[in-house]
Design a protein around this ligand. Structure first.
Ligand code: HEC
Length: 302
């Protein structure tokens, strides 16, 4: 399929800056006590799927697992069961019973791999965990764009997030190992806040700026984000990526790109443009759909 393109591919690249995919960080039940987790996540499953048999007048009334209406009481019943004679001793028995193994009188109530099963499994971990409070100190940074292994060109995002129990004092950006600048920090990140509910300020932990990847030479580069906490400790996150670019690092003249004599081949999620005129030179370009940017990006310039 060959057709004329009406719009400059450059603006597709620029428009894509608005699209983000926030990568969700799963951190189930961190910092939560077993009892709080029971109340928020587990009790509703027990009520719906266990209590009919596991109560004083039910089929399983003769077992150690007899639930009542009291949420705290039910947690205690389970805690005693799972942790006797030693911590976590019967966690596996418990998980086996609910998936119908070990001759469970109620058969399979919850299938392995289901969300409810995961909830019970997390609860077992919390019940079995050592009570020794783990060091709650957190220092984490994640660079989300540039994307490791991808091609970047023109003005795009440079973004990620950083959290620290002691507070983040700055996020430095290194280009090919050399300190380039500090990234503005404090952007809204509800997803990160959800993953680190115990870290103050975690929902305003984004850093983000527009970065001109074409200011780098064509070829491989590395960008590193270095997060500093108030104790002067640091953590890094880096991405190695490739730059493709036109001769000028920034094409300022709005008339510099002309596709009147260009042709265009589209296949799969790619568009190839042959004979594009850019600042008086003729180029062949390849654009590819990129999920992180929610748009087409130039991935090859020849
Ligand atoms: C249809 C009735 C029924 C349902 C529903 C049921 N069970 Fe049971 N369960 C039994 C019976 C009967 C026994 C006793 C026989 C045995 O040990 O398997 C039992 C035993 C158990 C045991 C072993 C108790 C012991 O003393 O060692 C565990 C653990 C257990 N069930 C967990 C659950 C959980 C958790 C649920 C809900 C997700 C559940 N069961 C739902 C009938 C049921």
């Amino acid at each position: 399929m060959t057709q004329k393109v009406k719009q400059s591919p450059i603006c597709c690249g620029l428009m894509s800056i608005a699209g983000f995919t926030w990568l969700l960080v799963a951190n189930t039940a961190s910092g939560q006590t077993a009892e709080a987790f029971y109340a928020s996540d587990v009790d509703s499953i027990v009520q719906a799927k266990c209590i009919a048999c596991h109560r004083s007048d039910g089929q399983a009334s003769y077992t150690e697992l007899r639930y009542t209406k009291s949420v705290a009481g039910n947690h205690s019943v389970l805690e005693r069961y799972v942790n006797s004679p030693t911590k976590g001793a019967r966690a596996n028995t418990f998980l086996s019973k609910i998936r119908g193994a070990l001759g469970h009188g109620g058969g399979q109530v919850i299938s392995q791999g289901s969300a409810d099963y995961e909830t019970f499994s997390t609860y077992m971990d919390l019940l079995s965990a050592d009570e020794q409070p783990v060091d709650p100190s957190v220092l984490k940074v994640t660079l989300e764009e540039p994307v490791q292994g991808q091609v970047h060109t023109g003005v795009g995002n440079l973004r990620g997030w950083a959290v620290a129990s002691e507070g983040i004092t700055k996020v430095e950006i290194l280009v090919d190992g050399v300190l380039a600048f500090e990234a503005p920090y404090g952007g809204e990140r509800g997803d990160v806040g959800g993953a680190f509910p115990d870290v103050a300020g975690s929902s305003e932990s984004g850093f983000s700026l527009a970065y001109n990847y074409s200011s780098l030479s064509a070829g491989p580069h590395t960008i590193t984000a270095v997060a500093h906490n108030a104790l002067g400790e640091t953590k890094e996150s880096a991405a190695r990526f490739e730059v493709v670019r036109f001769d000028s690092p920034f094409i300022a003249d709005p008339n510099a790109v002309n596709l009147d004599n260009a042709s265009c081949i589209a296949s799969s999620d790619e568009v190839s443009i042959v004979d594009a005129l850019v600042e008086g030179s003729v180029y062949d370009l390849r654009l590819k759909w990129r999920t992180a940017e929610q748009g087409f990006e130039i991935i090859e310039i020849r």
